[in-house]
Design a protein around this ligand. Structure first.
Ligand code: BES
Ligand code: MN
Ligand code: MN
Length: 456
C-alpha cells in the first residue's frame, strides 16, 4: 500500500526533518517589526527553495509587503485538488527576559521544540511539506493535485493574500482548503475545528491637557484622561460579563442543542482552565459554560491601557493622554464592520467631557463556520484518526485566521482546519513550543489525508 511506504519514509527521515525545521525556526521572520524585513524574506526563500527542490512549480509573489509563496504540483483534471495554506511569519518575542532559551535558537527539551514559530505556524505548516516530500522524493504518484499558498503577513495583518485571492480565484480553485494553524483538543485527542472567531480590534485615544500637569497645581480643574479612559472601559461590560455596546449580540448565531451537548461531552473542567491559564478562577458571561464562552460567545477585552506614570514611587501628574486597545472576538454571524461602527458610536457617547476622543479600527477578521458533514470533513477525520492513533472530536477555536473568510467567499470550497498544535504551546508568548509527537503525527496525518481526500 502506498500509505505504508509514505509513513515508513516519514519515520526514517524524522530526524532530518526536525533538523530542517530547526533551520527554518532560526530565521526570525517577525513580520510586524521592520528591522526583520530581510529575515522575513529569508524565511520566505527557505520555504520557496524547499518546495522548488521537491519539484513543485513555485512563484514568489511580491506585492510590496512580505512576499507570498504559491506552489503547485502537476495538476491533472482527473484528480481532486487540495489547497494548503499556512504562514511563515511569526509574532514578536517580547518579553524576551521570560524565555528560558533564545526564541530563535531552537532547543529540544522534554521531546518538544522550543522556538518562536515552532507551533504557530512554521512547525504545523512543515508537516504538510514533509508529507508531500514523502510522496515526491520516493516517486510515488500523488493521489490529489496539490496547491500551496503561504503568506508572511498573517501576524501583522498585511493585505497581500487578500488581494491575491480576490484577483486569482481560478488559480486557487480547489476541492478543499487545508490549514494546520489551530490545535488538537488536548494531547490525547485530535480534532477537526469547524469554527473560528472573527476579530474587531479597536484603539481608543484620549487627549486632555497639552502636557502632563502638576497634579497639585491643576488636578481637579481639568479632566484627567487616565480617569476618563477608566470610565469608558468600565462601561463596556457589566458585572455578569456581558458587553454593553448596543446591538453587540444582535447577529450572534446561537449554538445548536447538538453542539452544546457535544461540548458538554468533552468534559472540559474549570480545573483544566485554571491549570492552562494560571488564573485563580474561571470568569465569563453568565449563562454559558467555559467551552461555550471560549468557542461560541463573542468577547470584549482590554488588551492594553497606557496613561501617565508607571515607574517606581509616586510622580504627581495629571497625564496629558490615555490610550486603550480593545479587542472584540466575534462569532458567526457578526459583522466586524458593523461591530466597529457600534463600538465607535458607543465610546463617543459615554466619553466624559473635557477630553478629545478618537476611536480607530485597527484590525478585522471575519468569523468562520464550516459544515461538519462534508466529505472532506470526513476524510480529515479519517486522516487524523490514522495519523494520531485516536478518534478525533469536533471543536471550535477562539482564535482567528483572517484569510479563511476570504477563501470561503472567493473560492467557495470547504475549509478543513486540522490543527496539530496544543492550546498550551505558548503561541504568541514566551517559550513557544511544539511537541515532537505532534509534529510526527501531523506529518502522518497530512500524508494520509492526501490519500483519503482522493476517495472523497
Ligand atoms: N494560529 C493563530 C490562530 C489561532 C490562535 C488558532 C489560537 C488557534 C488558537 C493565528 O496565527 C493568529 O495568531 N491569529 C491572530 C489573528 C489576528 C491578529 C487577526 C489571532 O487570533 O489573534
Ligand atoms: Mn497562526
Ligand atoms: Mn499567530
Amino acid at each position: 500500500m502506498r500509505a505504508d511506504q509514505v509513513l515508513a519514509y516519514l519515520a526514517e527521515h524524522q530526524q532530518r526533518h526536525l533538523d530542517q525545521l530547526c533551520d527554518w525556526l532560526r530565521i526570525p521572520s517577525i513580520s510586524s517589526e521592520s528591522e526583520y524585513d530581510e529575515d522575513t524574506k529569508r524565511a520566505c526563500a527557505f520555504v520557496a527553495d524547499e518546495l522548488r527542490e521537491l519539484g513543485l512549480a513555485v512563484e514568489v509573489i511580491d506585492r510590496g509587503g512580505h512576499p507570498l509563496v504559491y506552489a503547485e504540483t502537476e495538476q491533472r483534471p482527473d484528480r481532486k485538488t487540495l489547497l494548503f495554506y499556512g504562514h511563515y511569519d511569526v509574532q514578536p518575542v517580547d518579553p524576551l527576559e521570560l524565555w528560558d532559551s533564545p526564541p530563535f535558537e531552537p532547543v529540544i527539551k522534554d521531546e518538544r521544540i522550543y522556538a518562536r514559530g515552532s507551533s504557530d505556524d512554521k512547525g504545523q505548516l512543515y508537516c504538510h511539506i514533509k508529507a508531500l516530500e514523502a510522496f515526491m522524493k520516493q516517486g510515488i504518484e500523488l493521489p490529489v493535485n496539490v496547491k500551496m499558498i503561504i503568506e508572511g503577513e498573517e501576524e501583522c495583518g498585511g493585505p497581500s493574500i487578500y488581494d491575491y485571492t480576490e484577483e486569482n480565484p481560478e488559480k486557487l480553485a480547489c476541492d478543499a482548503v487545508v490549514i494546520s494553524d489551530t490545535t488538537l483538543y488536548n494531547a490525547e485527542t485530535p480534532a477537526v475545528c469547524y469554527s473560528l472567531k472573527g476579530l474587531c480590534y479597536m484603539e481608543i485615544r484620549l487627549s486632555g491637557p497639552g502636557m502632563d500637569l502638576h497634579s497639585g497645581s491643576f488636578g481637579g480643574t481639568v479632566q484627567n484622561p487616565g480617569n476618563a479612559i477608566a470610565e469608558i472601559i468600565a462601561k463596556l461590560k457589566d458585572a455578569d460579563g456581558r458587553c454593553l455596546v448596543p446591538g453587540f449580540y444582535d447577529d450572534v448565531l446561537d449554538l445548536e442543542q447538538d453542539e452544546r451537548d457535544a461540548f458538554a461531552s468533552l468534559n472540559y473542567t474549570d480545573a483544566v482552565l485554571k491549570q492552562e491559564t494560571g488564573a485563580p478562577e474561571a470568569f465569563g458571561e453568565d449563562g454559558y459554560t467555559t467551552l461555550e464562552r471560549m468557542w461560541a460567545r463573542p468577547t470584549c477585552d482590554v488588551n492594553g491601557i497606557a496613561s501617565g506614570y508607571g515607574g517606581d514611587g509616586a510622580k504627581t501628574i495629571v497625564p496629558a493622554k490615555a490610550v486603550a486597545k480593545v479587542s472584540m472576538r466575534l462569532v458567526p454571524n457578526q459583522d466586524p464592520a458593523k461591530i466597529a461602527a457600534a463600538f465607535q458610536e458607543f465610546v463617543q457617547s459615554v466619553c466624559p467631557p473635557g477630553v478629545a476622543c478618537e476611536v480607530e479600527n485597527l484590525h478585522n477578521a471575519e468569523p468562520v463556520l464550516v459544515s461538519r458533514g462534508s466529505d472532506m470533513m470526513k476524510a480529515g477525520m479519517r486522516a487524523l484518526e490514522q495519523g494520531f492513533g485516536a478518534k478525533p472530536v469536533f471543536i471550535r477555536e477562539g482564535g482567528s485566521i483572517p484569510i479563511v473568510g476570504t477563501f470561503q467567499s472567493c473560492l467557495k470550497s470547504p475549509v478543513l482546519l486540522l490543527g496539530y498544535g496544543l492550546s498550551t504551546d505558548n503561541i504568541h508568548s514566551p517559550n513557544e513550543k511544539f511537541d515532537i509527537v505532534n509534529f510526527v503525527n501531523g506529518c502522518r496525518t497530512t500524508a494520509v489525508l492526501l490519500e483519503e481526500a482522493a476517495d472523497g
